[in-house]
Ligand binder design. Structure first.
Ligand code: ADP
Ligand code: MG
Length: 359
């Protein structure tokens, strides 16, 4: 049997697995979430994020392993006995209650006196900047406002940990981006540990102190947004977080000088007109433009080298309007980059861990 291990995390998972009949949703997961951090679980659909969140909340039991919060094993506690609260994607406000009554509801269940719970609810509503709708009914609010009220309803209970499962998923892009900034500010202000589930890499990058990248019920990599983006430990992580140029074998030998698996981000590759003489420390290859996508701030290119390697490159459109040098399909260009900007991908880590999990 495994020996008793220390719990360096505020929320700690030790060798947690979850099986649904023959589906292994979560496989031997070890995870330590720190007090007060904005922690995100990021990964494709079906990678086990929601299952982990539901096991922390207590809505789902663990098949094996243990979960502790502040050092206390909560694995066998009911959801209401755990110092956590959950905000779901569908806000589920009570339609026949006013906003302030909705926010008060959990306090009423806890037996908080009437005046006190009204005061706390109004404070929570103020925190999400919606004091002016306190007496309205849920159907009179926009989607973004309902989302913030769902957040206020969870915050008013002062959980040690707030669990959020794709809470912005139903909002349109503009509102979602606004809410990302607000949610991060509320978390910082309230000092509560947030565990946030999303499949949207930009969302995770922009809000999180640390991100766990999930793949097939395991954590592929855990690190700051900068670490997982700039130094992905596997090709899966490199590909899931943004666009990448993954090179290996002969292509890597030709372009980078050795045949290890490496990644170059598209913004690290510059394109120049044919005949350009690269700086002394730059790598350069002649290529033909095969795709051009103008996005406003950037233009994205795909180019193909004479040996058939495909590279993608993002150019910032920072020249005076009309003077942006836009290459066209079929044009010959020189692609350059600095080898210091090439990230080696160790890759091994994942297969070793997967092998361990399977044994
Ligand atoms: P994610 O949130 O990353 O999309 P989930 O945790 O929802 O992933 O699901 C992980 C895996 O577990 C998937 O294969 C999913 O089909 C399966 N799964 C999740 N919940 C159940 C359930 N209640 N019964 C059976 N299979 C489930
Ligand atoms: Mg999910």
């Amino acid at each position: 049997m495994t020996a008793q291990q220390p719990n360096p995390g505020f929320v700690s998972l030790r060798a947690v697995s979850k099986k649904f009949e023959d589906v292994v949703a979560v496989n031997q997961l070890d995870l330590d979430i720190r007090e007060g951090e904005f922690f995100s679980m990021l990964g494709p659909s079906g990678s086990g994020k929601t299952t982990v969140l539901r096991m922390i909340a207590g809505f789902e039991s663990v098949t094996s392993g243990s979960i502790s919060i502040q050092g206390d094993d909560v694995s066998s506690l009911a959801p209401f006995e755990r110092p956590v609260n959950t905000v779901f994607q569908d806000y589920a406000l009570f339609p026949h209650m006013t906003i302030v009554e909705n926010v008060e509801y959990g306090l009423r269940n806890r037996g908080v006196a009437k005046d006190e719970r009204r005061k706390l609810a109004l404070e929570a509503i103020e925190r999400v900047q919606l004091s002016h709708v306190a007496e309205k009914n849920p159907h009179q609010l926009s989607g973004g406002q309902r989302q913030r009220i769902a957040l206020a309803r969870a915050l008013v209970l002062r959980p040690k940990v707030l669990l959020l499962d794709e809470p912005l998923g139903a909002l349109d892009k503009q509102l979602r981006e606004k809410m990302q900034v607000e949610l991060k500010a509320i978390q910082r202000d309230a000092g509560i540990t947030f565990v946030f589930v999303t499949h949207d890499q930009e969302e995770a990058m922009s809000m999180s102190d640390r991100i766990a990248v999930f793949n097939q019920g395991q954590i592929e990599q855990l690190g700051t947004p900068h670490e997982v983006y700039e130094s992905p430990s596997t090709s899966f992580v490199a590909g899931f977080l943004g666009v990448s140029n993954l090179l290996s074998g002969d292509t890597a030998r030709e372009l980078v000088g050795n045949d290890a698996l490496v990644n170059i981000r598209p913004e690290r590759i510059q394109l120049h007109a044919e005949g350009h003489r690269p700086a002394k420390d730059a790598r350069a290859v002649t290529a033909t433009v095969t795709e051009v996508t103008y996005t406003g701030p950037n233009t994205n290119y795909a180019v193909t080298t004479s040996s058939g390697a495909r590279l993608v490159s993002t150019q910032l459109n920072n020249q005076p309007p009309g003077e942006d040098v836009l290459f066209t399909v079929g044009e010959k260009v020189v692609a350059t980059w600095n080898n210091d900007h090439v990230a080696a991908i160790p890759e091994k880590q994942r297969s070793e861990k997967a092998a361990k999990g399977a044994s």
